[in-house]
Design a protein around this ligand. Sequence first.
Ligand SMILES: [Zn+2]
Length: 288
Amino acid sequence: MLITMKEMLETAQKNKFAVPAFNAGTGQLLTAMMESAEEKQAPVIMAIHPDELKFLRDSFISSVIYEANHTKIPVVIHLDHGATYEQCIHAIRLGFTSVMIDGSLLPFTENIALAKKVVNTAHSVGVSVEGELGTIGQTGDSIEGGTTKITYTKPSDAKAFVEKTGVDSLAIAIGTAHGIYPKGFVPKLKLELLSEIKNIIDIPLVLHGGSSNQNDEIAESVKRGICKINISSDIKFSFMKGVEQYLQEKGFEREPNVIYPTCIRMCRNTIEEKMALFNDIDKVKCFC
Ligand SMILES: [Zn+2]
């Protein structure tokens, strides 16, 4: 069941869970997500970054749409970190039901102008839009980018941004970073800041860079109103660990259908841990 982000996150907000947005960086990751979503009856967001789309090619989106249309699980196809108006339009034409316009590195007024322009066009064809305010850090090894320094979202700016742009959801910076944190580094979320923003904004809030954060902090952020959490690095890490492990144990192998099933299984373990952590399991019934 292909739905928009607005429909997905309004239901999540009402029922106090967060939907994981997994980056489908390759076809096997898509398979892993769909299998886990079906088995756990967990709604899921298929996120694809412009760099991933370039690698996967536009035709990949037809497979995602086919998967979404042939399951009873609610699925959103979401452009992760659209950098320009043109990238968002391209995604909408391919059939994405949600786009993110990330103008977070632009000056505040330019970020507003760009997001508003995307909202006007996307809404006219029923596609949802996610904006971002504040900057999410990066650990230096992720496709989603970011800056090395986190600029925390200011609640008053967030309120003005939402009012002026009409975005359907907002990614906020409360202390997460893209990528996997260096060994020994303990990330800390500003949960009070999240509550402060939540108190003055009605639309669903989004957390990026959710890989490798403390589980208890993530669970608490869901309780405090986060409705979507992006996970990219963690699932790719599990999948590629599976490849490494297979080749180390069994030696060279040629056939993808021989190597990948174990890797998909390892990836699914991580996917299902996240679904449980976000309170997403068995939530398909909330959409009936
Ligand atoms: Zn992100």
